[in-house]
Design a protein around this ligand. Structure first.
Ligand SMILES: Nc1ncnc2c1ncn2[C@@H]1O[C@H](COP(=O)(O)OP(=O)(O)O)[C@@H](O)[C@H]1O
Ligand SMILES: [Mg+2]
Length: 469
């Protein structure tokens, strides 16, 4: 078991020694600093899971310089905002304690321990060493309660990082669990952890859920709420606190052993269309508003227009002006609808992975579905000779695209969906250009020359078509 980490920033050597020994006695590993600059540098760059910050409010920027409240407050604010789920104890002088307490009021709470949530921020006077010891020990007890939860992995599973373990225990803690059995669902290209979790209390199994660690909390009232329940995996809850600023989305399981639509496309393209159809219809049915904006704004959720121009320039493609007007229908969209994010359970398609959910063109999701099938590293067409750049150049966006290929039916199905959603030609080509160009920033895409050739062929075609639209 790893001891929790506390960062201590204190310029008075005597006080630093007292605080350090209190922290160590309670079982923390202490990372100690006597001025702001080195502490800031450490906090900004450390990969450690820091649970507790103990800060003096009056500090010098560098050792030996005069200490001021002003600089101390800057550090305090940086920690408060940058580590929104860590515990924070602030020492201040007798004259200012009231003022500081008031200004830090409402800084949030940490998970309930026997129904008693812990304030995240505590302000103490310099001589309140007894209170400090109490606070430190009480928080240590909470961390111990978390560590007491057993994590059960299957033999041979990849080792879990400190943050993984904390994430899984934090989840189990919320369920009042004694142990959690986990298996990794190996997320795609994000560094987010995704696990299937069986949550056990002493009396037995109480829930099986999917836990996904994300950077930002889920947006309640978004797209999943607007789609039929059968076609989405609801977020049961979002948990935060004590996970280095990360959040965990707890999701309903999409069946016992679902497989992805990606796996169906190559073998049974007609069935893939059949399976996807209800989801496409549901997405198409989400309310949207017709509006006119610039192609740069239309593509914003995919990529910034300047960045797109820069990426394409390297391949000799000139990007048309981002100021072109385009008519479209804007509404809530999935935002990353590649076939790997459509799971099939019991013959029913279920959407997952709403992390990129966005308010955008109705055509965004169908375009993503189309091009991702050609370029996504997990696509069965990745590593296939078809379609090569010349087939793309001569047939993309025409009824001839895919003709004679075993996946032809799939592409025809996606094209039908595109036709249903499309508001204008410009909309189509701008999104094709933006989606294709965006791929050129991913390392795993750039590693595969065949994929790069496809992307460049699509982008070149789209740039020309958009310019002459
Ligand atoms: N609700 C769920 N039910 C079952 N499996 C899921 C669920 N959510 C995700 N998975 C599995 O975990 C994988 C990664 O999840 P996903 O949300 O797509 O993460 P990423 O953002 O890394 O693509 C999926 O491809 C799927 O196999
Ligand atoms: Mg995914």
């Amino acid at each position: 078991m790893t001891d929790p980490i506390a960062v201590l920033v204190e310029d008075d050597p005597e006080q630093a020694e007292v605080s350090q020994s209190v922290l160590e006695a309670a079982g923390y590993v202490v990372q100690s600093f006597n001025s702001i600059a080195p502490a800031q540098n450490h906090i900004r760059t450390s990969e450690d899971l820091i649970d507790l910050f103990v800060l003096d409010r009056r500090l010098p920027v560098n050792a030996g310089e005069p200490a001021t409240d002003e600089f101390g407050d800057e550090l305090l604010n940086e920690v408060r905002l940058g580590h929104p789920d860590a515990r924070l104890i602030v020492f201040t002088g007798f004259a200012t304690i009231r003022h500081v307490q008031e200004s830090l009021q409402g800084s949030g709470q940490l998970p309930a321990q026997e129904g008693q949530p812990l304030d995240r921020v505590t302000v103490l006077e310099k001589d309140q060493s007894l209170e400090f010891k109490e606070q430190v020990e009480q928080f240590r007890k909470l961390l111990q309660d978390l560590d007491d939860i057993e994590i059960i992995t299957s033999p041979g599973a990849a080792p879990l990082s400190v943050l993984d373990k904390r994430t899984l225990r934090r989840l189990a803690f919320d369920y009042g669990a004694a142990s959690v059995s986990v298996s990794s669902l190996a997320g795609g290209m994000t560094d987010a952890g995704v696990w299937r979790c069986q949550i056990n209390r002493t009396e037995g199994l109480i829930a099986t859920v999917v836990a996904k660690r994300v950077r930002a909390p889920g947006s309640a009232g978004g797209l999943p709420e607007l789609l039929p329940r059968a076609n989405t995996t609801a977020i049961v809850r979002t948990i935060s606190g004590l996970m280095a600023g990360k959040h965990v989305n707890v999701l309903q399981l999409a069946g016992e052993s679902p497989y992805s639509l990606m796996d169906v496309i190559a073998e049974r393209p007609a069935q893939a269309v059949e399976l996807a159809k209800p989801v496409w219809d549901a997405l198409h049915g989400v309310a949207a508003q017709q509006t006119t904006l610039t192609v740069a704004a239309l593509s914003e959720s995919l990529i910034a227009w300047e960045r797109l121009s820069e990426l394409l320039r390297a391949y000799g493609i000139q990007t048309p002006a981002g100021s072109l007007s385009v008519t479209t229908h804007i509404g809530p969209r999935h935002g990353d609808l590649h076939p790997g994010n459509v799971l099939i359970d019991n013959g029913q398609a279920v959407l997952i992975d709403f992390d990129s959910e966005t308010f955008a063109a109705g055509l965004l999701d169908p375009i993503t579905m189309l091009i991702s099938t050609l370029v996504h590293p997990a696509s069965p067409l990745c590593g296939e000779a078809w379609p090569d750049a010349s087939h793309i150049t001569s047939t993309f966006a025409t009824p001839e695209f895919g003709q004679g290929h075993s996946c032809e039916v799939w592409f025809r199905g996606v094209q039908d969906w595109i036709n249903e959603c499309q508001t204008s030609q410009r909309e189509y080509w701008a999104l094709v250009l933006a989606y294709a160009g965006r791929q050129l920033q991913y390392g795993d895409v750039l590693k595969n020359q065949e994929i790069v050739d496809r992307i460049v062929a699509i982008a070149a075609l789209a740039a020309d078509a958009l310019r002459s639209s």
